[in-house]
Design a protein around this ligand. Structure first.
Ligand SMILES: NC(=O)c1ccc[n+]([C@@H]2O[C@H](COP(=O)([O-])OP(=O)(O)OC[C@H]3O[C@@H](n4cnc5c(N)ncnc54)[C@H](O)[C@@H]3O)[C@@H](O)[C@H]2O)c1
Length: 313
């Protein structure tokens, strides 16, 4: 049994993926309309899950809505925690949840960047808590970043990894704690310069976006930056690339911007983006993103049938 605690953007997506794999899913949220939100989300993403082989045509989700936190977690083998990114709120939730967990239950937080050692404070047994950070939307994007530390029970990381990988996720494991984990730090570095280029009047919001999606972004869907630059060095590989470009990168790095998200900068970005959005609403943009993500995943062969649910779930 899977428990999904907090069913906003991320919780709904995890709930859909878990239900698609035939698992029983109990959901709990402080919003009374959470059950309806999860059901509507399932209806909207089921075609994509079927297309990717992650759900069958006839799959009916086994969602159970539970208004009591205690009841929601008490039967769960694996708890996905997806409440807002606030340390105090997460700590309060864990304190309420821990006495009702099964002895071998795992709690995975989707936290985008909080540190595990901070989240472990207040637990009687912090050994069951792990970072399992997805990328939005988790039912489509394969990456999950895992982090466990020396207070984590030894079986927790491999069990968590097995659960994620059983539903098509690609896991990476952090070797040490760092705020923002890996992927959000990389995203933050890129976004910082994307903002600077607009702020400094180098290019429009639309052109900065195109510089990624029509350029390196397309390659990054296939290989990571170190591997791609290895190819950029020709037969000599990354070493040759470094010999040729160390001087250039050193100068570029020195010249990168350090913008702040001031109200003026936010206005400039929002106004610039409006031109590119051209009146499309949130649902339309989301559908475009998800349809194209499915197409990319299929083209890359990332899709695979979800193996049977492991015994512990
Ligand atoms: N939004 C993203 O792109 C993204 C990506 C990856 C990870 N995350 C992480 O996932 C987590 C959730 O983010 P989100 O964007 O889904 O947030 P959200 O605001 O969309 O959803 C949070 C949900 O938690 C519920 N909630 C709040 N307090 C609760 C409580 N005490 N008990 C039960 N439910 C409660 C809210 O009613 C809401 O439905 C955060 O830790 C965030 O950092 C977000």
């Amino acid at each position: 049994m899977i428990a999904i605690i907090g069913t906003g953007l991320i919780g709904c997506s995890w709930a859909a993926l878990m239900a698609a794999s035939g698992r029983r899913v109990v959901i709990h949220d402080t919003r009374p309309e959470a059950g309806r939100a999860v059901a509507e989300f399932w209806d909207s993403v089921k075609p994509a899950l079927v297309e990717l082989g992650l759900a069958g045509d006839t799959t009916e989700p086994d969602f159970q809505v539970e208004s009591s936190l205690e009841a929601a977690v008490s039967r769960a083998d694996f708890v996905f925690e997806n409440i807002p990114e606030r340390l105090d709120a997460k700590r309060a939730l864990y304190a309420a949840m821990e006495p009702h967990l099964k002895p071998d239950a795992i709690v995975a937080t989707s936290s985008s960047g909080l540190e595990l050692s901070d989240l472990q404070e207040g637990w009687q047994n912090p050994g069951r808590l792990i970072i399992g950070h997805p990328f939005n939307p988790p039912h489509l994007v394969p990456l999950v970043e895992l982090y466990a530390n020396d207070r984590t029970d030894p079986d927790v990381l491999p069990r968590a990894r097995a659960l994620y990988e059983s539903c098509g996720k690609v896991t990476i494991t952090l070797k040490r704690e760092v705020m923002g984990h890996v992927a959000n730090r990389l995203q933050a570095a890129l976004w910082r310069e994307a903002i600077h280029l607009v702020d400094a009047g180098v290019a429009s919001v639309k052109d900065v976006n195109a510089a990624i999606w029509a350029g390196p972004g397309l390659r990054w869907a296939i290989m990571g930056p170190h591997m791609l630059l290895n190819l950029g060095g020709g037969e000599g590989g990354l070493r040759a690339y470094c010999e040729q470009f160390t001087q250039s990168y050193t100068e570029w790095w020195d010249d990168l911007g350090k913008p702040q998200l001031t109200p003026e900068t936010i206005d400039r970005l929002v106004e610039g983006l409006a031109e590119e959005i051209g009146g499309r609403d949130y649902a339309t943009l989301r559908r475009q993103r998800d349809d194209q993500l499915v197409a990319v995943l299929k083209a890359l062969g990332e899709t695979r049938k979800t193996p049977a649910a492991p015994e512990h779930a």
